[in-house]
Write a protein that binds this ligand. Structure first.
Ligand SMILES: [Zn+2]
Ligand SMILES: [Zn+2]
Length: 171
């Protein structure tokens, strides 16, 4: 089984978009083009052979019912939450065969020994990245919790005395 390229495998020095880069490496399932998406600032690094133009590709960052962007090479539409299931992850073999493995950290080449820092487990023979679900929490954080109940101050002691169990305490 080939090892997948994860965020921690990328050499961040090559990717410049927002200065606070959170990068997701992935590939197009139709044409195999390799790309990197910054889920901090919603920037697609769509051409790994020419990284000097971040922002050249249109990214939809508000309409969750529409594709987030299309593959620059074959127009494959990536669904808005394409990161969520990790299904567009790529292998070290793909990065090497496309000549872009220099964008990976040299100490993360496919030895496999120290990959994932123990954050990947096998469930039913399928490797599952335990961080995969957290990315979504970062890219699309839930709204602040708002209770549908109100909390009015009231005379608690008086209310307790109306409840039989409390009223008989000590009897
Ligand atoms: Zn960015
Ligand atoms: Zn494509």
């Amino acid at each position: 089984m080939s090892q997948t390229v994860e965020e921690g495998d990328l050499d961040f020095r090559h990717f410049r978009c927002c200065g606070d880069e959170d990068l997701y490496p992935f590939g197009c399932p139709r044409c195999g083009r390799l790309m990197v998406f910054c889920y901090e600032c919603d920037t697609l690094h769509g051409d790994l052979n020419d990284l000097g133009h971040p922002g050249s590709w249109v990214v939809n960052n508000f309409d969750t019912s529409a594709p987030i962007f299309s593959c620059p090479q074959c127009a494959y539409p990536f669904e808005y939450f394409f990161i969520r299931d990790g299904k567009y992850k790529t292998s070290f073999d793909q990065w090497q065969s496309q000549g872009v493995s220099h964008l990976l950290r040299s100490d993360h080449q496919p030895s496999g020994a120290n990959a994932h820092q123990g954050l990947s487990v096998e469930i039913g023979g399928v490797p599952v990245d335990l961080n995969a679900g957290m990315i979504q929490a970062v890219t699309n954080p839930p709204q602040g919790f708002i209770s549908k109940f109100s909390f009015d101050q009231s005379d608690l002691a008086a209310r307790w005395r109306m409840i039989p169990w409390f009223a008989r305490c000590g009897q």
